[in-house]
Design a binder for this molecule. Sequence first.
Ligand code: ASP
Length: 465
Amino acid sequence: MERTWIYNAAKMVGQTATFKGWAKSVRVMGDKLAFIDLRDGSGVLQVVCYKPDLSPEVAAAVDSINTEYVLEIEGEVKTRGAKQVKEGEPTGMIELAAKRVVVLNTCEVPPFEIDKDTSGINEELRLKYRYLDLRSDRMHKNIWKRSAITRFVREHLYGEHFQEIETPILTKGTPEGAREFLVPSRVHPGKFYVLPQSPQQHKQLLMVAGTERYFQIARCFRDEDQRGDRQPEFTQVDLEMSFVERDDVMALVEGMLIDLVKKQSPEKRIQQVPFPRISYKEAMEKYGNDRPDIREDKNDPNLLAFCWVIDFPFFEKTEDGGWTFTHNPFSRATPEHREALMEKKDVGSILTSQYDIVLNGFEIGGGSIRNHEPEALKRVFEIMGFSDEDIQAQFGHMLEAFSFGAPPHGGIALGLDRIIALLQDEPNIREVIAFPKTGDARDPMMGAPSELPEKALREVHIKKA
Ligand code: ASP
């Protein structure tokens, strides 16, 4: 018999149907009656097994069932008795009177209760058995919400004439401040790819290619020490646009986020629209940091206070007295500081066109208008103390590309994991990622990272043959 999803069950009162799923819970009431809460990917259905109505084989199958057994159950969908009704639940008015029950698979006793909110369970254990944790109601909802938000973003950007383009995972480093993961090349002894910390260079090269509006739900990799709620791999909504100014990118992102909240988290309220803009200087003076939490009421779980932070210094001093960039070396200086950049004077007061977006005190994204003039980009690296040879070796390909008619362009990347966590009221991004790493970058389920056989290391030339 055709399988019916539980979300369709409420429409089937009076009909016989077959459902498949897991025994979320089993309650045995004396020797005649058992209740099974059957869970599938779409919901939970109460199943009543009244043994006197069942064949001896089916009754025996019912007796064998434990939590998380995989079941196929055929029965009649009925309205519940008045005392059994659970208002507000999608299947709270109905139940299934079982006629045929087949155990499709058994299940060991789970290492923790899946039936309850698992947020209080030891996280190492949850991550070791992530596939069980993901069966729990809260995690199931979070991962569904993630899928819905990702879909929303895609559709919104397609509606704004963006193209979705995948950029390479095996690539060359981009100097955006974080340490990169290295991948040794087997066919080119002694050479390495790196995993991208962002698609920054490729998305800019797409602008040179005439793409005009690019986006990607991009996995990014950063080999950083444990620092707060970070993951070595995370997801950005990465986008880039040609022939735009700062306000164009900000308006596009603002419109998307407002619509996202309205459609995906209607219970939330945005404190102020348009999102306020705060200069870096003001943020530091008033809030002591550059991701100000401007909520009027920090106890209101449904309040979302977005703001932009702008006018960041382009450069900051390094420990050895030189200069490095604060955000992104590919950014353009603000128009009034272009001359200072070109002449490499007053370096400390040059401002960048960088804009960060902050939500309730968390940085949820950042971007900038880029330096599309090769000479100006070269100045940035010169200020940072790169020799001409270094600039050529590391960024020659970008400078060359920009010499072939690069349009003015700019973009942004939004931290998808963080946005979802905030909308789902989750305290950390691990709660909205299907298979995250621990705080110290391990995967206890797969056992990654792991040691490799000597032979594998010799093949990639990181151990001598
Ligand atoms: N590549 C930058 C980042 O990952 C974002 C951008 O400037 O578009 O933070």
